[in-house]
Design a protein around this ligand. Structure first.
Ligand code: ADP
Ligand code: MG
Length: 258
């Protein structure tokens, strides 16, 4: 019985070869200093704040991706395997982080002086080139086409996909008293024979979203505070959505394939 092959290790996840060609296993780590970061002998302690984060992100990403699959938005998600792992369809990732903004916060407020929390006149899409050495820089559609990361048809399809994801996520979040300020996704290509299509890949979790809490507790004087960032975001979102597993802090090692 051979140990399965690690394909890639990033900050949040480890990818292993899946049981069938064209599949991958995503293992959700707690953080970059989590159990799989080092050589294995010296396991770095996991900070209390991030303990169980990988377990929660695995559940949350499953919940959102399965929901999207159900309404006909294609994603890479196949099924969850265990507390920290899910089986996904392997895709050829387009090297972009696609950010959809509904309300101003972070970069757009800093860059353009738009007040934090302001509703935007329409969802605004931004593209960032997925290269950490370069600091994941903002790029335009011109760059995407000129450098061959995608053509005009891909861009149209990416916008359509991102907007459907936005409507679904915004609605689900609103249902649990959370405002989806912005979120980012990764999109990949898959082939069915000669036919290529774009699917949602990577993950949908608090790591890639800005969430504000619409259920602020009433103050002593009876006034209700303005919405602000959702605190304890992983556990709180998992609790509200209803996917909080009973044993959140259990840390499992990647299992062996049979
Ligand atoms: P990073 O530190 O690069 O963000 P992560 O820890 O999030 O990496 O690991 C996930 C990696 O797997 C990312 O590089 C992402 O592009 C890639 N990935 C996600 N979904 C798929 C998929 N379905 N097929 C191939 N690669 C994927
Ligand atoms: Mg990532």
């Amino acid at each position: 019985m051979a140990r399965r092959k690690k394909v890639y290790e990033g900050k949040a996840k480890i990818l292993f070869e899946g049981p069938e060609p064209g599949t991958l296993i995503q293992y959700f780590k707690d953080d970059e200093n989590g159990p799989e970061a080092g050589s294995g002998a010296n396991v770095a302690p996991i900070s209390a704040a991030s303990e169980g984060k990988g377990v929660l992100n695995n559940r949350l990403s499953e919940f959102f991706m399965a929901g999207l699959n159900n309404i006909g938005v294609p994603t890479h998600f196949i099924r969850r395997l265990n507390m920290r792992e899910q089986l996904v369809r392997m895709a050829e990732i387009i090297p972009l982080e696609i950010l959809v903004r509904n309300f101003a916060t972070g970069g757009i407020s800093d860059r353009l002086g738009i007040p934090e929390g302001m509703g935007l006149p329409r969802p605004i899409m931004e593209y960032y080139f997925k290269d950490e050495k370069l600091g994941t820089p903002l790029v335009t559609e011109e760059h995407i086409i000129a450098f061959g990361w995608g053509n005009q048809q891909d861009l149209d399809d990416m916008v359509e996909l991102a907007l459907r994801v936005n409507d679904f996520l915004s609605g689900v979040m609103l249902g649990v008293g959370v405002r989806l300020m912005d979120f980012r996704i990764e999109i990949g290509r898959v082939w069915d024979g000669d036919y290529m299509r774009l699917i949602l890949a990577d993950e949908i979790s608090p790591d890639s979203m800005t969430l504000w809490d619409l259920r602020q507790p009433e103050r002593a004087d009876g006034s209700v505070p303005e919405p602000g960032p959702l605190s304890d975001v992983y556990a709180e979102l998992a609790r509200r959505i209803g996917v909080l597993p009973s044993n959140v802090t259990h840390v499992s090692k990647p299992s062996l394939i049979n």
